[in-house]
Structures are given as structure tokens and as C-alpha cells.
Ligand binder design. Structure first.
Ligand code: MN
Length: 503
């Protein structure tokens, strides 16, 4: 499968794909769900004029590309049944059981948005978080559903096109990114791009096409040379292929580079997929022994993964005929994670609703934060304040900061020493009196940078956080803790001075 959903898919091809990655999959169940949905939607048409069933089928195919377990594929096939047909959730529960009908219910809930404008945005965000905290699989289905809707957007009125496309770019894509689902994020953005920024879309598309013209043969030669070198060195290459940069992501990069494409080296990146981590480094060495690397362009995201969990070795080299080419070297597990993020882990286990820890360590801390966030969102009074803080926490770029022992703390950009202190432990935050950044004394309000090593100096006799810290801290967590501590202190102080109250 090549990810091109324009190709007409059939239930037979869906079943073949699922069987390929999961030989034990219950194919009969998938066929039964298809027949059920086809019957329920019979007579309905999409705005494109196609029979409605093509939409849930396309949704299920995207889920199969993520190599997800059968139940999720089945829920994808059934996702619009209770909303758009006379069949109810109870009917689904009876025919397909609790787990599947529960996922479909989650999708149905996500679909109903009452508001317009900024409120709609907030409502949408809130619902996505609630759905994620309850069952992250629902969000996978929502992405696949949205992707097909975007790909068939041409058929609906322009005003609606713009709203759906914008929503996809501002809500769905950033969430996909935070879940490490790079491929889904890229596809959502690319499908929405032309509707949100039509002129810029044409400009970027034409620029990319022009600069790739005639390059195909060249890249093919480099690919086969790379394969040959790896084989000669006894490294088993599982896959070496070229990968065109997603258009919207190219556009963003162009904006940062004075709109000049000359110094963008990853317009096409060559991906080398090998069997294990040792082979990744060996392959890097072989590539460097043939082609000279550009200074400062070697990045080891295996030893130091990106905040969203991305791992690979990157290098940019002066390649054949002096052309500059970027290589990305990874194992097949890293490759699956790059494309489908936490969804990749579902391929290894059918274990219900728990977010599975990666084989390479626990999931990022923010996954656990989702439960907290849900709790707070339930509390209506705090609703607006906390939504703002959450947006800052999740949508800004993240930085990695190290403890003196080498543990990595994942923080939003522009976090300060105090944010770091509270991220380590509430007691460290409450009692911090000073900090050292990269072994030099630094003020507590110092804004941290990626890769800083931070040591917090504490004094146990300190009575609590300084209320003024609230003015410079960035994380929701630190703000919340400082507010709490300050409030309880003022509370007991008031109690102490009011006549007639006993402390
Ligand atoms: Mn749908």
C-alpha cells in the first residue's frame, strides 16, 4: 500500500492489507462490519456523488495503514452508523459488543459541536482531550475520518471547506504531532493547505516541483549506490527509499529561510531502514566514509530523541556530483513510530484501552497528564483559565532539559528554572532558592534552552513558593502549584487574624 487514498479501495483489498500485518486478524468480523455498514448507509451518497460506504471504507483503510488491531478497523467501518442512519448504538452493541460500540460512541460524541468561532475552537479542543484521555483509539479513528473528509473537500461549499480545513490545521494536526504521528500530521496539513492558504499552496507546490524536476534519476542512482555499499559492508538493509517532504512543512521551512529553497536539503530525504541500532551507526559510518558530511548537520536522535519521541540518525552529505543530500537512518520500529507515533505500539498488542509503554521506555510524561487535564476540565470554573495553560503546554514546541544525573525533563519552550523545579517534584519547587544552569549560578527566572543542564538549590527552611514567581513561570503545573500554596497560606493567615475564628 502506498498511502494514496485516491486509489479506489475495496473491502477485499482492506482485508488483504489487514491479513498481511496481522495474520491472526478476525477477517470475518471485518467483512461482517462492512456488510452491516453498507446495508445501513444504503441509498446515501457523499457530496462527491459516491456511495456513502466509500467514506467509512477509506477511514478503515487509513487505520489499516497504521497497522491497528481489528477492533479499531471495525469501529472505523461503523463510525458514522449511529449518527447518519436509523441504526442505533444499542444495535451496534448487540451485533459487535461493548468495546466496538463504545469506540463508535466516542466518535459520535466528538462530532457534535454546538458553538461557532473561538468557542467552537475551545469546545473542539476540549472534546479531543476528553476523548484522548478516555480512549486514545477514538482519536485515531477521528484522524482517519477527518483525513478522508479533507481529501474529498472539493465537493462541498467554499465557506465550509475553509472552516473544516482550518480546524484540521489548528486542532487535529498539532494533536497528531504531539502523539508523534508525523505521517498523519503531514497528511492532514497537506490536505488542508490549499483551502486555508490557496495562494501560498500554489507557490510552494510549484517551487517544489521545479526544484525536483530532473532529480529522479539522480536520486535513483544514489539509492542504488547506498544499497550496494551497505550490502558490501554486510549490513542488512530492509528498505532504502526517497521521501518527499510534506508540502506544508516545506512551506513553513521556506518562511523561516527567506522563502529560498536553495538551502533546504531535505526536500527529498533518503531513508535507510536497517535491522537494529548498531547497524544504524554502522550505516552512518559507511555513508560518511563515501560522502563528506556537512558540518553541524549530524543529528543523533537515537541517543537523544525529540520531545515527541522521534528517533533516527540524520546526516547531510556532499553526495555524488557534489549535490547535497540528507539521509535519515533508523530501525523499522523507529520508522513505524515516526509515521504513526503511539499508534505504532498498538500493532504489538490488542490490550484494550491502556496506552502501552513503548518497548524502548515509558510513554512521555504528558500522556499521564491527560488524566489530570480531564479532571480539571470537568471543573467549569477553572475551565477557561486552564484551557489557556493547556494550549501553551501542548502546542508550543518542547525543550529537553537535563538534571545533573542526566535525566531528561520535557518542558514547553520558554520554561524557567522554577518550571523545571516543579517538574522534578513539588517539594523541590516549594523550597527552591537558587539554580545553576550548565554549572553556573543563574536567576530562578532564567529561560531555559534545549540541552541545558539544570541543578536546583533548595533550602528546607523555606516556607513556600514566592507568589511573584507566577509572573514568569510557563507551565500549567508550576502555576497551579504556586497558586495552591499561596492560597492556602493566605487562607490560614486570614483565619488567624479574623476575630472569632479558631485556627
Ligand atoms: Mn465520518
Amino acid at each position: 500500500m502506498n498511502g494514496n487514498t485516491q486509489i479506489a479501495v475495496t473491502i477485499d483489498s482492506l482485508c488483504t492489507w489487514v491479513h498481511d500485518y496481522d495474520p491472526h486478524a478476525d477477517i470475518a468480523l471485518i467483512r461482517r462490519a462492512y456488510a452491516f455498514a453498507e446495508q445501513a448507509h444504503r441509498g446515501q451518497k457523499r457530496a462527491t456523488g459516491e456511495p456513502y460506504i466509500m467514506h467509512p471504507l477509506a477511514t478503515a483503510c487509513t487505520l489499516a495503514e497504521m497497522r491497528l488491531p481489528t477492533n479499531i478497523i471495525v469501529a472505523g467501518l461503523l463510525h458514522d452508523v449511529p449518527e447518519d442512519t436509523t441504526c442505533t448504538l444499542d444495535d451496534l452493541k448487540e451485533s459487535f459488543g461493548e468495546d466496538i460500540s463504545h469506540m463508535v460512541q466516542g466518535i459520535t460524541k466528538l462530532g457534535k459541536l454546538k458553538y461557532r468561532g473561538m468557542e467552537r475552537y475551545m469546545e473542539n479542543l476540549r472534546k479531543m482531550f476528553l476523548a484522548m484521555a478516555a480512549d486514545v483509539r477514538v482519536v485515531f479513528i477521528k484522524f482517519a475520518d477527518r483525513l478522508h473528509n479533507l481529501e474529498t473537500l472539493a465537493a462541498i461549499p467554499p465557506k465550509k471547506q475553509y472552516r473544516i480545513a482550518l480546524e484540521s490545521m489548528e486542532i487535529y494536526a498539532p494533536i497528531a504531532n504531539r502523539l508523534g504521528m508525523g505521517e498523519i500530521k503531514g497528511r492532514l496539513e497537506d490536505a488542508a493547505f490549499q483551502y486555508v492558504y490557496p495562494k501560498e499552496y500554489v507557490w510552494a507546490r510549484d517551487l517544489s516541483q521545479t526544484s525536483l524536476e530532473g532529480k529522479e534519476d539522480y536520486l535513483k542512482r544514489v539509492l542504488s549506490k547506498t544499497r550496494e555499499m551497505l550490502t558490501d559492508a554486510g549490513i542488512k538493509e530492509l528498505n532504502v527509499h526517497g521521501r518527499k517532504k510534506h508540502l506544508y512543512s516545506l512551506y513553513r521551512k521556506l518562511l523561516k529561510n527567506d522563502r529560498s529553497i536553495a538551502r533546504i536539503y531535505d526536500l527529498v530525504a533518503l531513508r535507510v531502514v536497517v535491522d537494529n541500532v548498531a547497524d544504524c551507526y554502522a550505516a552512518l559510518g559507511i555513508i560518511h566514509s563515501k560522502w563528506t558530511p556537512l558540518k553541524g548537520r549530524i543529528k543523533d536522535y537515537i541517543a537523544q530523541p525529540k520531545p515527541n519521541g522521534y528517533r533516527s540518525l540524520h546526516t547531510t552529505v556532499f553526495c555524488e556530483e557534489g549535490e547535497i543530500v540528507e539521509f535519515q537512518i533508523r530501525t523499522k520500529e523507529m520508522h513505524a513510530e515516526d509515521e504513526f507515533g503511539i499508534a505504532a505500539h498498538w500493532a504489538y498488542d490488542e490490550n484494550g484501552k491502556t496506552i502501552l509503554p513503548s518497548k524502548h521506555g515509558p510513554p512521555p510524561k504528558w500522556v499521564y497528564d491527560l488524566a489530570d487535564i480531564q479532571q480539571e476540565l470537568e471543573d467549569k470554573k477553572k475551565y477557561l483559565q486552564s484551557l489557556n495553560d493547556i494550549k501553551i503546554d501542548l502546542f508550543r514546541d518542547r525543550i529537553f532539559v537535563f538534571t545533573p544525573k542526566g535525566d531528561v525533563i520535557d518542558l514547553p519552550e520558554e520554561s524557567t528554572c522554577v518550571d523545571f523545579a516543579f517538574a522534578i517534584h513539588t517539594d523541590v519547587g516549594k523550597t527552591c532558592v537558587g539554580a545553576k544552569v550548565n554549572e553556573e549560578v543563574a536567576p530562578l527566572e532564567r529561560v531555559l534552552k534545549n540541552g541545558d543542564m539544570v541543578e536546583i538549590l533548595t533550602n528546607k527552611s523555606r516556607k513556600g513558593p514566592n507568589p511573584d514567581w507566577i509572573k514568569f513561570v510557563k507551565t500549567r503545573h508550576a502555576k497551579q502549584k504556586i497558586r495552591q500554596e499561596t492560597k492556602s497560606k493566605i487562607g490560614s493567615w486570614i483565619k488567624g487574624i479574623l476575630p472569632g475564628t479558631k485556627n
